[in-house]
Design a protein around this ligand. Structure first.
Ligand SMILES: Cc1cc2nc3c(=O)[nH]c(=O)nc-3n(C[C@H](O)[C@H](O)[C@H](O)COP(=O)(O)OP(=O)(O)OC[C@H]3O[C@@H](n4cnc5c(N)ncnc54)[C@H](O)[C@@H]3O)c2cc1C
Ligand SMILES: *[C@@H]1O[C@H](CO)[C@@H](O)[C@H](O)[C@H]1NC(C)=O
Ligand SMILES: *[C@@H]1O[C@H](CO)[C@@H](O)[C@H](O)[C@H]1NC(C)=O
Ligand SMILES: *[C@@H]1O[C@H](CO)[C@@H](O)[C@H](O)[C@H]1NC(C)=O
Ligand SMILES: *[C@@H]1O[C@H](CO)[C@@H](O)[C@H](O)[C@H]1NC(C)=O
Ligand SMILES: *[C@@H]1O[C@H](CO)[C@@H](O)[C@H](O)[C@H]1NC(C)=O
Ligand SMILES: *[C@@H]1O[C@H](CO)[C@@H](O)[C@H](O)[C@H]1NC(C)=O
Length: 537
């Protein structure tokens, strides 16, 4: 086949409507085949042999349209990013599919996977998948639970795992962190230098998803959430350009990336504010369920008092495992001090076990990682309340009453988790022009509630989803009746059915939509990347 024939046929396909995804192809500024190669050549992928059908499978519009368009995408990527594009059936594809936390994501099978090695590779991947209108997903640490969040059935998965630079500046105030890093790797490098950044609390979590959704850290009392510690984002925008986004270069986009999730671009590097950090004190403490009221009262008091000691962090969880309900409290302190006074009330509560010790951040996040195994079905869902011990106690009762109905499910491990969003933490949400989350100091202190359920079998999905939704819906209804509900829905803990951006407030949601239309007029990240939380109309 001659190249000219090939170009003509390809172009004629691209003017058709993609019936599978319902996309109007002409609305994505159509390029000709030679446009694509001109763009790729500009990026440095100039010497591509594209006359053979071994590289390009010609998409036939009479067959499964989106499948053949993704096949073409995968063939081109296989040609230009040879050693990092993996096709179904290959060993790398199989291994990378196991690199998700939940089975719902691991069972989602993309047409191929690509692991770009640079921002330029990400840009090329986006150009090609856009050209063929092949739906795509982007993955960092792969800890989002539900199917399609960072993997995509029959589409292209862009896996950022090879973007793994960790580079501290000479003056030790900034660390460039590639978007495919896991927090455990970041901390183990920084611990050696007695430095740290604001990031996740479990070693296996990705830098990408956690930071784009907000990001609760052990250091949030002192520095805010992870999104408040990003000084600069290196981003591939919808038009495939690679830009640095900060409060000087693109203040609106910088605001949007601080909580806007995957809606504005593919972030290839986060430049994180870096601070001195050495020893810590912390660990897990378990108490019997009968301690529920004292624990929740201590949490209530902590949420009010914590701004007086910003080195302290607290998580209070209720869980059911192998026939028993129990509580698990995580206490962390950013200095190597045993039993700091801020935790007096908490440590005076009866305990069954405790791992509290002087240690370092790497060790603490590995401890938490060990209690969060891969390979199960998983669900997260969330709500936000005003700080009130009576409400929290009743939410525990709702949790128990619903878990009673599903506790015979194979492999079940349900948890109810409370975390404070103190006024001290919220004070950093306004830093550098503010983040997108829509929470102000007058809202606080708030209590973030989340339900996390793990189970074994797909056949139980419906009953687990139903029970978890009932816990959240009943808790929200109760909080509303007591005028203790807050609209915020934390993206990193939300379930697929929740409207995260409505939870940021109408004004912030509209601002995000406007910024998305400005930088992504074709709405590539809304339409061609269907997974996770979208901005809506
Ligand atoms: C065991 C466990 C512990 C957790 N601990 C914490 C915690 O301590 N603090 C906290 O705040 N949250 C925590 N979370 C929630 C966590 O922040 C979210 O699950 C988050 O989405 C995980 O990020 P990831 O990169 O691992 O996930 P992924 O599934 O890879 O990504 C999540 C979403 O973000 C998008 N995305 C990721 N990277 C990029 C990028 N570079 N550019 C554009 N889009 C991108 C993906 O497309 C996807 O839609 C925890 C979750 C689990 C399961
Ligand atoms: C697709 O979009 C183009 C440009 O916006 C428009 O002219 C055309 O009518 C649309 N086609 C369909 C089938 O909706
Ligand atoms: C298109 O292909 C995908 C997987 O390749 C399949 O799941 C889907 O059912 C197919 N659609 C049609 C209409 O054949
Ligand atoms: C892939 O190939 C590029 C050059 O084409 C090379 O720089 C890179 O190291 C290779 N990566 C792997 C993982 O082999
Ligand atoms: C962190 O603590 C662990 C456990 O005590 C220890 O093995 C490790 O060497 C420490 N790392 C650093 C960098 O201090
Ligand atoms: C919660 O604590 C209260 C007060 O100690 C106790 O009466 C109640 O039984 C506890 N709830 C459960 C479910 O154990
Ligand atoms: C986290 O735990 C899982 C086991 O569930 C393990 O495979 C993984 O290597 C751990 N990750 C880190 C970064 O420690």
């Amino acid at each position: 086949m001659h190249a000219s024939q090939f170009l003509f046929l390809t172009f004629s396909v691209l003017t058709l409507c993609n019936t599978d995804t319902g996309l109007n192809l002409t609305s994505f500024s159509p390029h000709t085949f030679s446009d694509l190669f001109a763009a790729l050549s500009e990026l440095g992928y100039g010497r591509i042999e594209y006359t053979g059908t071994t590289i390009l499978t010609f998409p036939d519009p009479r067959t499964n349209h989106s499948a053949s368009l993704c096949t073409a995408t995968c063939n081109i990527l296989g040609a230009i990013l040879t050693n990092v594009t993996s096709q179904p059936g290959s060993a790398p594809y199989f291994e990378q599919q196991a690199d998700y936390w939940s089975n719902q994501q691991a069972e989602t099978l993309p047409a191929c996977r690509v692991r770009p090695q640079s921002a330029r590779d990400v840009s090329a991947s986006l150009l090609v998948t856009k050209f063929f209108r092949c739906p795509f997903a982007v993955k960092s640490g792969g800890h989002a639970c539900f199917a399609g969040a960072s993997n995509i059935q029959s589409g292209l998965t862009i896996d950022l795992a090879n973007l793994n630079v960790i580079q501290v500046s000479d003056d030790r105030t900034l660390t460039q962190v590639g978007a495919g890093n896991l927090w455990g790797n970041v901390y183990s490098q920084l611990d050696r230098l007695q430095l740290s950044v604001i990031g996740g609390r479990v070693a296996g979590i990705g830098v990408g998803g956690l930071t784009l959704g907000g990001g609760i850290s052990f250091f949030s009392g002192r520095h805010g959430w992870a999104c408040d510690g990003v000084r600069n984002y290196q981003v591939v925008l919808a038009d495939a350009s690679i830009v640095d986004v900060n409060d000087q270069s693109f203040p609106d986009l910088y605001f949007a990336l601080r909580g806007g999730g995957n809606n504005f671009g593919i972030v290839t590097r986060f430049d994180l504010e870096t601070f001195p950090q050495a020893g810590m004190w912390g660990g897990m403490r378990s108490s019997p369920l009968t301690a529920n009221v004292s624990l929740l009262t201590a949490l209530y008091n902590f949420a009010i008092d914590a701004p007086s000691d910003p080195d302290a962090a607290l998580i209070v969880a209720f869980a059911f495992y192998k026939g028993t309900y129990f509580t698990s409290t995580d206490l962390e302190y950013a200095k190597p001090i045993v039993n700091p006074p801020i935790f007096n009330e908490l440590v005076s509560i009866e305990s069954i076990s405790s791992t509290l010790r002087i240690t370092n951040l790497t060790d603490l996040v590995e401890e938490l990682n060990a209690s969060q195994p891969h390979g199960l079905r998983e669900l997260y869902t969330t709500a936000t309340f005003k700080n009130d011990p009576g409400l929290m106690t009743e939410v525990v009762e709702i949790f128990i009453s619903e878990v009673e109905g599903i506790k015979d499910t194979e492999g079940i491990l349900p948890a109810l988790v409370f975390q404070p969003i103190t006024t001290g933490i919220i004070s950093y949400f306004g830093k550098n022009g503010g983040n997108a989350l829509g929470i102000t100091e007058s809202d606080g202190p708030l209590i973030l509630m989340n339900i996390a359920v793990a189970w074994a079998n797909i056949g139980d999905d419906d009953r687990i989803n139903t029970a978890a939704n009932r816990i959240i819906d009943r808790s929200i209804a109760l909080a509303k009746s007591l005028k203790l509900h807050h609209r915020f829905i934390y993206q990193n803990y939300a379930s697929q059915r929740q409207d995260v951006f409505a939870g940021y407030g109408a004004a912030n949601k509209q601002r995000l939509i406007d910024i998305s239309r400005k930088y992504d007029p074709e709405q590539v990240f809304q339409k061609l990347q269907p997974g996770y939380f979208k901005l809506g109309e």
